[in-house]
Structure formats: structure tokens, C-alpha cells
Write a new protein. Structure first.
Length: 256
């Protein structure tokens, strides 16, 4: 393993590259540009220029159904249809979402994160650059599990320019951690297929809910494996002096 001083942008890009993401649709997005500046230097990542988050998600979905790992970064929240479709189709793509306040301000809030949970995405809120890198890698293993098969959003707070000491795993160690991508709704390009509008949405939502429930147990298993391999432990919720407390304040992300 090696280490270095990485910003949140750097950590997200390194995490995607280590996880084996080979397609990274890139659209103009405030704060997310720095992630793609790092990915552009990677040998095995194809950064595709598109014009909007809708186009980026569509390209990421297309890559995923062909069993190519897709990664995108954005600070936008203006593609509800595509986010909904990715979850309904059970496509395990990963998105780094730079959280920000809506409007003309640089305050750090989670206003732009509201759409991902609403559509059935798995959501992770890392605290620092090390957690960002680890969470991107872990997200692929979690999202791609046969019991889950759902998209995952990694929410990064504000303008993560602060550089922190980050331990970077080797490519070989991550290859042993993440298996080859297999998608339930895979498309074989040699066979004709028609992607029709989803019927019986209620049934799809029921399967989606079951997958979200299953993701809790899978999350614990994945993190246990990660801890044994890399000696960094994470959990769904981390408590601090909560025993016997009458009031508990819940905080997510870098402010935790």
C-alpha cells in the first residue's frame, strides 16, 4: 500500500479507478470537475463528455447493462427520471454526489441529496477523504451483490479541497476484494432485445424494497471483510457517548 495527501475529489477518483470503473460519463457540474481531472489521467477509464446529468446517468446505465463498471460525479439533482429508472432496473452503478446548498451560496447542506434516497438508491455519507476512497470501493461490492443490485450514491460534503493523509490500497488487493461484475438485467449485444417501459411498477418497487432491506446485512458483511483486509472499520451508525443519553443528535458526513 502507498499513501498520500488527497482531497475529497482525489479520493473519489482514486476509489473509482481502484474499483475498476471503466466508463465515467462527464457533464458540466459545479465542484465535480476536479474529480474528472484526476480520472482523465487514468489509463483504463473512458471519460465520456455529455451535456447533462440526465445524459450522464443514461450513459452510465447503458454501460452497466453491458456489465462495464460505471462511475459518475455530480453536484446536481436535476435528473429524477433517470435516477428512478436506474433503481427500478436494479443497476449497480456508483455516483459521487458533491452535496451543496441550493441557491447562490456555498453553505454545506444536504439539500441536493434528497432525490437519491427517495428513488431507492443506497446512500453513504463519508466523513473524510479516507472514508471517501474506501466508500467508493465498498459501494461497488455492496451494490453489485446478487441480493442487492441497486445504484449507490456517495455523498461528499461541500467543497472538499482540504487534503488529508489517505492510505491507498493496491490494485491487486482490490481485485481480490471485488468480484467481476454480473448484472441481472444484462443485455447481450448479439441478441435482439427491446427495452420496453416498466409495467407493474408496484411489483418492481416491492423487489426494490426487499433489496434495500437486504443491503443492511450485506453492508455489515462487506465492512467486516474490509476491516479484516485493510484494518479500517466502519458501521451503519457510529455512536459517541450515547449510552444513557436522553437526547441524541444525528449528524451525517464531514460534520460528524
Amino acid at each position: 500500500m502507498k499513501s498520500g495527501l488527497l482531497s475529497g475529489y482525489d479520493a473519489a477518483a482514486h476509489g473509482a479507478q481502484l474499483a475498476g470503473a471503466c466508463v465515467a460519463p462527464h457533464h458540466p457540474s459545479l465542484f465535480a470537475e476536479d474529480v474528472y481531472h484526476v480520472l482523465d489521467t487514468a489509463e483504463n477509464v473512458d471519460c465520456i463528455e455529455v451535456d447533462s446529468l440526465s445524459s450522464a446517468l443514461t450513459a452510465a446505465m447503458a454501460a452497466t447493462v453491458l456489465e462495464n463498471r460505471a462511475f459518475l460525479a455530480t453536484s446536481s439533482a436535476d435528473a429524477p427520471e433517470e435516477m428512478n429508472t436506474a433503481a427500478l432496473l436494479r443497476l449497480p452503478l456508483v455516483m459521487a454526489h458533491i452535496s451543496r446548498n441550493l441557491g447562490f451560496t456555498h453553505e454545506i447542506t444536504h439539500e441536493t441529496t434528497a432525490t437519491a434516497p427517495a428513488f431507492g438508491w443506497i446512500n453513504l455519507f463519508p466523513e473524510n477523504s479516507q472514508e471517501i476512497l474506501d466508500s467508493i470501493i465498498i459501494a461497488y461490492k455492496l451494490a453489485e451483490d446478487p441480493k442487492v443490485q441497486l445504484p449507490c450514491a456517495i455523498h461528499i460534503d461541500g467543497i472538499p479541497n482540504l487534503r488529508e493523509h489517505v492510505v491507498i490500497p493496491t490494485n491487486q488487493s482490490i481485485k481480490h476484494f471485488i468480484a467481476k461484475l454480473h448484472v441481472k438485467n444484462r443485455i447481450d449485444v448479439k441478441k435482439f432485445v427491446r427495452m420496453a417501459p416498466i409495467e407493474n411498477v408496484g411489483a418492481h418497487r416491492a423487489h426494490q424494497h426487499k433489496a434495500l432491506e437486504a443491503s443492511r446485512k450485506v453492508f455489515e458483511t462487506v465492512h467486516e471483510t474490509w476491516n479484516k483486509k485493510f484494518r479500517r472499520k466502519y458501521s451503519l451508525v457510529e455512536g459517541y457517548k450515547t449510552k444513557g443519553a436522553d437526547t441524541v443528535i444525528v449528524i451525517a458526513g464531514s460534520q460528524a
